[in-house]
Write a protein that binds this ligand. Structure first.
Ligand SMILES: Cc1cc2nc3c(=O)[nH]c(=O)nc-3n(C[C@H](O)[C@H](O)[C@H](O)COP(=O)(O)OP(=O)(O)OC[C@H]3O[C@@H](n4cnc5c(N)ncnc54)[C@H](O)[C@@H]3O)c2cc1C
Length: 339
């Protein structure tokens, strides 16, 4: 019997992570990564890339902890290795600050990052409009370096890469034995998932090498994340907004809000401005089903809908998608054995 033919649709951080996990764990499969856009043109490329979780109400907290922990540990390992600069992965320390004391002062991921603690009065003095804060060390993963690094790792594991647009997942069922759908916002058209919505985000890259700490307002709207290739400064969260053009009003608002948190930014040069659409969904979809087509059934594993935390959760959900792929292949084998 020939190799099992697996196709992963989507070459953003979720698709590439999933493709690497499958190609490395299942050497008897021939894995193809298929995407319309590759780095540097995906949404993932422009993400600030800070590892920071939010709460999905429909996903058990234990599962969200597993996703976060797996991703954090995977990237921490890279950050502490000689690959760190090439992969664009670094440790990042700083503060999340709140205007009002939040109900949940110690979030579920507090013990998964490094050195989480409540900020002291003295630390808070520099943010006079804020009354509460959390200090911790997390990871910044710059996808414009990390995606090419993952792609090289995928090719080393024997993976193949193809750039093209897919009109429907059914079209792939003739050429592949198993399909993995990591198409991000593309899943709205590709899988008919009307629960997928864009949440527009605009950010600036600024030259401010003197900044060493991240600052994030707890409302998630305003943030400054120093990185290897400049500081990412944002942002906006505009639900249902498909515009990919830079909005000058947004740029002014971002600079004004960020300068209030970090006055020295007024001396920093703007390197670039970028807009991306977060692939938003009530919860990420990590599940499997069967595609039935002309008497043939092909297992389909979904892994998309990561919203504003796709870099944070990519490796964790990729490992779960790998498990679903393994279960599907075992079932197919059992069914064949019965015939
Ligand atoms: C301004 C901004 C800041 C962000 N900051 C952070 C952050 O700090 N931390 C964090 O964790 N996340 C952040 N995010 C969110 C993060 O960018 C996303 O969650 C993540 O990029 C989603 O990855 P993805 O692989 O699912 O999608 P994408 O990167 O969009 O990749 C989708 C892939 O599917 C392909 N595709 C789609 N349809 C088709 C088709 N029909 N045929 C073939 N290929 C197809 C695309 O071409 C692409 O290759 C941010 C997002 C924005 C916009």
């Amino acid at each position: 019997m020939g190799a099992v033919r697996v196709v992963v649709v989507g070459a953003g951080v979720v698709g590439l992570s999933t493709a690497v996990c499958i190609a490395e764990a299942l050497p008897h499969c021939s894995v193809t990564l298929l995407g319309e856009k590759f780095s540097p043109d995906t949404t993932s490329d422009g993400a600030a890339g800070i590892l920071f979780a939010n709460h999905f109400p429909d996903v058990p907290v234990e599962q969200q902890r597993r996703w976060f922990r797996s991703s954090f540990d995977h990237l921490l390992h890279i950050a502490q290795s000689e690959d760190a600069p090439e992969a664009g992965v670094m440790l990042s320390s700083g503060w999340q600050i709140f205007r009002d004391v939040p109900a949940d002062q110690t979030p579920y991921w507090a013990d998964l990052v490094i050195g989480f603690r409540i900020m002291t009065e003295r630390e808070l003095q520099r943010f006079p409009e804020h009354r509460f804060g959390q200090a911790f060390t997390t990871i910044k993963c710059e996808c414009s370096s990390y995606l090419p690094w993952l792609e090289r790792r995928f090719r080393r594991a024997g993976g193949r890469v193809e750039q093209r647009r897919v009109q429907s997942l059914q079209d792939l069922s003739g050429s592949f034995d198993l399909i993995v759908n990591c198409s991000g916002l593309g899943a709205r058209a590709l899988g008919g998932d009307s629960g997928m919505q864009p949440v527009r985000g605009q950010v600036l890259k600024m030259a401010a090498p003197w900044l060493q700490h991240f600052i994030r307002d707890g409302d998630g709207l305003t943030y400054i994340y120093p990185g290897i290739q400049g500081a990412t400064v944002g942002g906006t969260r505009q639900g249902g907004d498909w515009r990919l053009q830079v909005d000058e009003g947004d740029t002014r608002s971002i600079l004004q809000r960020c300068n209030r948190l970090e006055p020295s930014l007024s001396r920093a040069r703007v390197l670039s401005t970028w807009v991306g659409l977060r692939p938003d969904r009530r919860s990420p979809r990590v599940e499997r089903e069967l595609l039935r087509l002309q008497g043939r059934t092909v297992p389909l594993v979904h892994n998309y809908g990561h919203g504003g935390v796709g870099v944070t959760l990519a490796w964790g959900t990729a490992l779960e998608a790998l498990q679903l792929v393994q279960q599907s292949l075992q079932e197919t084998q059992r069914n064949r054995a019965k015939l």
